[in-house]
Ligand binder design. Structure first.
Ligand code: ARG
Length: 564
């Protein structure tokens, strides 16, 4: 991609007397929001101090000295110099590049094929997957796709919550009230039911807790029956989770959960001991982190049981050894911020420099009617139900808009699930947001279906045109109505880079909305399918929009049906 900003910086540099370097100029150049102010603007007031002149003056004088070749015009407006790119030339360059590279437009090799484990989704066995886990799943998946586009090799790890004393309770509950049938039919609900019942009954029968502890002890000791039950519960739960993952089109590279680190924690404790980092505090083993302004990390409880962070220490070390990662990412809710600060701090204390490559990628909560969702309050939204409802709503709208569409079921599934995913990703990840299904599945407004619909509209124009565009023979587009769309197409590569740098899929989602809007505006103003000498150029634009919208949606994990 030609660097148009650099072209502007060079032009300014040649007109001044070395008061600023080209790099300094490039840093000051702005991208005006209003197209009437040009494509780039140089704030001449940054020279006011050295030149001891009024900024307006500077702008006026400088504009006379600037070589305007390659620009449509360059003009001084107040203290700014506005640069207008040559639309015909630039549109030709951008459209040629998009259609030559197609879905590879915007690919980078920044990552040098280095691996990046991404800890994502990570629901807890025998419990329903919550909307929080959904957020982690879709944000993590999009970040994985973005990293891959930047030349990294993402490794999607589902760090399942598959160990802990709750399994003792579950086993005792199953022993008392469980049925194999029930679990097989509806694993999550059956297991959750036993667990909930256990917590009701142990209020009156505290001996239940001792029995549960005994079951967990058996599990830890590798007892055959306990292990069989644990494996079975894990498998059945995973099957249920997988139906959701399948619908979202998400696969994992590893399901190594908490249990996987059972035999890897002793080493961690040994290293901590060797390095003199372990301290005793009220019978428990801790690492003091007051130097980091953090609470101590609790490594081993009084009863010798290891904790969540101990497992995560073992996991971090394991991942470094296994993947020799460039970065190691954890897409986990904001409420675990302190946990990850502690994790990084302990690793740092252990002398691992690579702890700086560990990044917690936090996200906010999904609320409903402004209220928090929580398992305890019973205010949980069940994921499958949400997806089913979204698909049903999408289907209604498709029936109304396009009753003869072939393959309605598949399109409705893509639009409904896509809508839920897109809605999640268009919000900056740290923001809390409200979930209102009707809002999410609307075909107008800033929604996934709107972007999908815009893509389908572009595809339908191309079908009607019955002409393929030869990327080697694209001529420039002179229609000023097309300019905003062309410019946005050219910004796709830098948009991806920003999304990657900030681990922020919303950058892509907002971009896709922006591009869809610009394209629809263009389509409303200009006739596309008219036989004249600009027809091919217009088709090249439509095809480029289709390519980039589809790729933007793909990076979010959302499908783009050709028709809807
Ligand atoms: N299972 C945990 C939960 O649901 C999330 C695990 C996140 N990953 C990690 N490596 N700690 O809260």
């Amino acid at each position: 991609m030609k660097d148009y900003k650099q072209q502007v910086a060079d032009a300014v540099y040649q007109a001044i007397d070395g008061q600023l370097s080209v790099e300094e100029i490039a840093q000051k150049i702005e991208r005006p929001k209003d197209l009437k102010l040009g494509d780039y603007a140089f704030p001449a007031f940054v020279l006011a101090k050295v030149l001891r002149k009024a900024p307006q003056m500077i702008a006026k004088e400088l504009v006379e000295k600037i070589d305007q070749t390659g620009f449509e015009k360059v003009e001084a407006v107040g203290p700014y110099i506005n640069f207008f790119l040559d639309k015909e030339l630039v549109s030709q360059e951008i459209l040629t590049e998009v259609l030559t590279e197609k879905e590879h437009f915007g690919d980078k090799t920044t990552g040098n094929k280095r691996q990046v484990p991404i800890d994502m989704s990570s629901p807890n066995i025998a419990k329903p997957m919550s909307m929080g886990h959904l957020r982690s799943t879709v944000i993590g998946n999009s970040i994985a796709l973005l990293m891959e586009k930047s030349g990294y090799q993402p490794v999607k790890i589902n760090h399942l919550g598959d160990w802990g004393t709750q399994f003792g309770k579950l086993m005792r509950a199953y022993e008392l009230w469980g049925s194999e049938e029930e679990v097989k039919n509806d694993p999550i609900n059956a297991l959750l039911g036993y667990y909930v019942r256990f917590h009701k009954e142990d209020v009156e029968n505290p001996e239940l807790d001792d029995e549960a502890r005994e079951w967990f002890r058996r599990l830890e000791a590798g007892d055959e029956e306990a292990t069989r039950l644990w494996k079975w519960f894990r498998e059945e739960s995973l099957k249920a989770f997988t139906t959701v993952y399948d619908r979202l089109g998400i696969e994992f590279d590893s399901y190594n959960g908490e249990a996987f680190y059972n035999d890897k924690m002793d080493e961690v404790v040994e290293i901590l001991e060797e390095k003199g980092l372990l301290k005793e505090s009220q019978g428990a083993q801790i690492v003091d982190l007051s130097e980091y302004d953090l609470n101590p990390a609790l490594i081993k409880k009084t009863d010798g049981a290891t904790l969540y962070i101990t497992r995560d220490l073992a996991a971090a070390i394991y991942r470094k050894r296994t993947y020799d990662f460039a970065q190691s990412l954890y897409v986990v809710g904001n409420e675990q911020s302190n946990h990850f600060k502690q994790l990084k701090a302990v690793l740092k204390e252990m002398g691992y420099d690579w702890s700086d490559d560990i990044h917690h990628i936090p996200f906010g909560l999904i609320t409903q009617g402004g209220k928090k969702l929580s398992t305890r309050s019973g205010r949980v939204i069940l994921l499958e139900k949400v997806l089913d409802d979204a698909v049903a709503l999408a289907k209604e709208q498709i029936e109304a808009k396009n009753p003869t569409l072939a393959d309605k079921e598949a399109v409705a599934e893509a639009v409904g699930t896509g809508a839920v995913v897109f809605h999640d990703l268009k919000n900056e990840r740290l923001n809390n947001f409200d979930f209102d299904l009707e809002e999410v599945v609307r075909f107008e407004g800033e929604t996934g279906p709107y972007v999908q619909y815009s893509h389908a509209r572009a595809m339908s124009i191309l079908r009607k045109a019955q002409k393929t565009v030869d990327p080697a023979k694209i001529s420039g587009l002179s229609d000023p109505n097309a300019w905003e769309t062309v410019r946005l197409l050219g910004e796709f590569p830098e948009t991806i880079a920003r999304a990657v740098a900030e681990y922020e899929p919303s950058v892509i989602a907002k971009y896709a909305i922006h591009l869809a809007k610009a394209f629809n505006k263009y389509y409303a103003h200009s006739k596309i399918l008219v036989e004249d000498d600009q027809l091919e150029a217009r088709l090249a634009l439509v095809q480029s929009v289709a390519v980039v919208l589809k790729e933007a949606l793909r990076l979010l994990g959302v499908k783009a049906p050709d028709e809807m």
